[in-house]
Design a protein around this ligand. Sequence first.
Ligand code: PLP
Length: 352
Amino acid sequence: MLKLVRTELQDLKVYDVAKCRGEGVWLNANESPWEVNAEIVAEQINRYPIGTPEALMDQLSEIYKIEQNQLLLTRGSDEGIDLLVRLFCTPYQDAIMIFTPTFVMYKQSANLQGAKVIEVPLQASNDFKLNIDSIDKAFTKETKILFICSPNNPTGGLIPCQDILKVVERVKDKAIVVVDEAYIEFAEGESMTLYVNQFSNLVVLRTLSKAFGLAGLRFGILIAQAPLIEMIRRIMPPYPFSVLTLSAATAATTNEKQCKIISNIAYIKKQREIMAYELSQLRIVTKVWQSESNFLLVEFKDPKKVAAICALNKIYLRELTGVPGLEQSLRMTIGLEAENQQLTSILKEINE
Ligand SMILES: Cc1ncc(COP(=O)(O)O)c(C=O)c1O
C-alpha cells in the first residue's frame, strides 16, 4: 500500500520531537518549567464546540491589543505556519523564503506542500540580523511567503522591527511576511502586531506554548487583517479545537492569570542573565549569544561531549551539531533556578 503514497513524500522524515518527560532536567524544548494543570469548566461534549468562545476572544483581544476579527485560533503556531503555506503556495510552483538557521517547521510545511524553500543566511557576524540586500537578490516572483522568526529559534536574538518593516514594504503586493513571535514575551523590543493595521501583507504568529507555559494545550494565535483571517478560516476544518481545549484556554488567559505570567517572564529573564554570565566564565565555552528568549545558544569547544555528559547526569540540552553554522553549539532552555544551578555545576566540573 505504501507505494500509493505521493512519491515525493515517501522519504519524508518524521519531525524529530524532543523527548521532555520523565526523570531529569528537561532543557531541550524551550518549554516553561512551571507545571500548569488544565482547568476545565464542566462542559457539554454531546454538542460540537463553538469556534470562537466569547470570553476567550475578549481575553485574547485584550492581551494582544488586536480587534477580534484580526485573530485566528490555531492548534499551535505549527498549524498557523502550515495553513499559510497551504493557502499561498501553489504546489511545485511557488516558494517560501526562510532566514537560516531558523525554526524547522517552515521548511517542513513547505516540503509537504511541494513549495520550494529559498534559504537566506542570517548574518552570523552581525548578531544573526537580516541582510536586507540579500533578500532582494534571492527574491523570485514565485516567492509567496517570507518567514521571519523574531526572536529567532535557535539563535535567540530579536530581529529589529525597523528591519522587518523594510522587508514588509519591499515585498508589498508581492509576498506575505510572517513574523513568528513565539518568544517575544521574553524580549525587550516591541511586537509587530502594532503594524498589522498598516500592512495587509503582514501576519504575526503568537503562541500560548512558551511564556504562557501551555505547550501541552496546542494553542496558537494568528494575527492579520480581517479579510486574510476570513480567507484562512475557509481552509480550516470546521471544529479544529475540542470543547475541552477551548475551556482550558479560556481559564488560562484570564486577567488574574496574567500577573503570574508576567512574574514568570521576569524570573526567566533574570535566570537567563545569571546563566549567560556563569557560562561566559567557563573555558569550555567559546561564545554565549545574546538572547531575548527563554533559551541560550552557546558555543562550546566540544559540544557533543558536553551534551553527552549532561545527559548522563539527566540534564537534557538540544544538540545543534547537525545545523549548518551551529556545529559547535548547544541550545539550552532556561529552567527553574535549581535546574539551572544543576546544569552550571556539571558544566563547571567538565571545565576542570
Ligand atoms: C519559533 C517557533 N515557532 C513556533 C513554534 C511552535 O509553537 P506551537 O507550540 O505554538 O506550535 C516553536 C516551538 O518550539 C518555535 O520555536
